[in-house]
Design a protein around this ligand. Structure first.
Ligand SMILES: Nc1nc2c(c(=O)[nH]1)N[C@H]1C(S)=C(S)[C@@H](COP(=O)(O)O)O[C@H]1N2
Ligand SMILES: [Mo]
Length: 327
């Protein structure tokens, strides 16, 4: 199991913690909240200190890079292990603690499951997860996942291009965006309780041409097996050239719409999490640099690649667009 030092990343939810702190304000809670704050500031500082200088060393024991049959992405990067991929997760419906998700998700009810595809389409449909598995050939795609927090993994997903599903429902001419919605179920998700400050359900969105791009994958599994609950079973998205939060988990609704949809992170902190959120090493997050990342399983940091290394495939989508303004 890889060792993952939390001091090297700055969580997405710090903004929210700060807001919560300001809202609560109460003196009695002051010291507690400050302790949390200090820890997060410490994280930012140590991340800065880690800097760009340290070269990534050979992939760690976990990646089994010495093993000849290890799966690799098209750049030769070894995939992370199933163990690591399924036990280091961002899944805020359960908890903000990455290493706590898997346990809380152990009894999640991922079947039966239905997903509705509706909105500006000629042929709206509701699919059972088994329909999707049967109807569309499941292919393996080994993608890099780059979290906006500054860490990354290599994951052998199993799934099918979203474009195949969208073609079946036949988007109307007015459809310009796709809106995705995750499950809302406080009985299953401890962090969807009455005191949660998140605007649940988790929502995301893509422009229609992004959604139709061949790299955009509807994911039903990984390492050739059904998707672990902690990775968003039974159905999630993988959009490898965008920051990880765009790859929404536990999808129950897909809607074709005319206007750019609101999304959870963009609603919470629009200056930090733009609608596009394409991986861009030249555009720092307001609270940290995006120039480098830590590949889980490696020591040191590696340079972050434009569009997460998928520039050749996707740059055309953004021809003529100001990528600093449209972040
Ligand atoms: N529904 C939902 N989808 C989500 C999230 C979440 O909290 N809830 N977290 C996002 C973030 S921030 C990341 S980095 C990836 C992590 O995916 P993984 O745990 O499979 O690596 O899922 C994304 N999809
Ligand atoms: Mo993330």
């Amino acid at each position: 199991m890889e060792r993952i030092r939390s001091s090297e990343i700055t969580p997405e939810h710090v903004y929210l913690s700060r807001r919560r702190f300001m809202r609560l304000g109460a003196l009695a809670l002051g010291s507690m909240a400050l302790a949390g704050c200090g820890g997060q500031l410490g994280d930012v500082i140590s991340q800065r200190a880690a800097g760009d200088s340290s070269r990534p060393q050979a992939a760690a024991e976990d990646n089994a890079s010495a093993t000849p049959d290890v799966k690799r992405d098209e750049l030769g990067n070894p995939a992370n292990s199933l163990e690591t991929i399924s036990t280091y997760n961002n899944y805020y419906e359960f908890t903000e603690d990455k290493e706590g998700v898997a346990q809380l998700a152990a009894n999640f009810k991922a079947e039966p499951w239905k997903v509705t595809v509706s909105g500006l389409v000629s042929n709206p449909r509701t699919y059972d997860i088994d329909d999707l598995r049967r109807k569309f050939d499941q292919e393996e795609r080994i993608y890099r996942l780059r979290c906006v927090e500054g860490w990354s993994m290599v994951i052998p997903w199993l799934g099918f291009p979203l474009a195949k599903l969208l073609k079946e429902v036949q988007p109307k001419a007015e459809a310009k965006y796709v809106r995705f919605e995750s499950l809302l179920d406080p009985a299953q998700y401890p962090n969807q309780g009455p005191f949660s400050l998140y605007p649940w359900p988790y929502t995301e969105g893509l422009r229609l041409d992004e959604a139709m791009h061949d790299l955009t994958l509807m994911v039903t599994g990984l390492y050739g097996k059904p998707l672990p609950n902690s990775n968003g079973a039974p159905l999630r998205l993988a959009v490898p050239w965008k920051y990880g939060f765009k790859s929404i988990k536990a999808i129950v609704k897909i809607e074709l719409v005319a206007e750019q949809p609101k999304t959870l992170w963009n609603t919470l902190a629009p200056h930090e999490y733009g609608f596009y959120s394409n991986v861009n090493p030249q555009r720092p997050h307001p609270r940290w640099s995006q120039a480098t990342e830590r590949r889980i399983g490696e020591s040191g940091r590696r340079p972050t690649l434009m569009f997460n290394g998928y520039e050749k495939q996707v740059a055309d989508l953004y021809a003529g667009m100001d990528l600093q303004a449209n972040y």
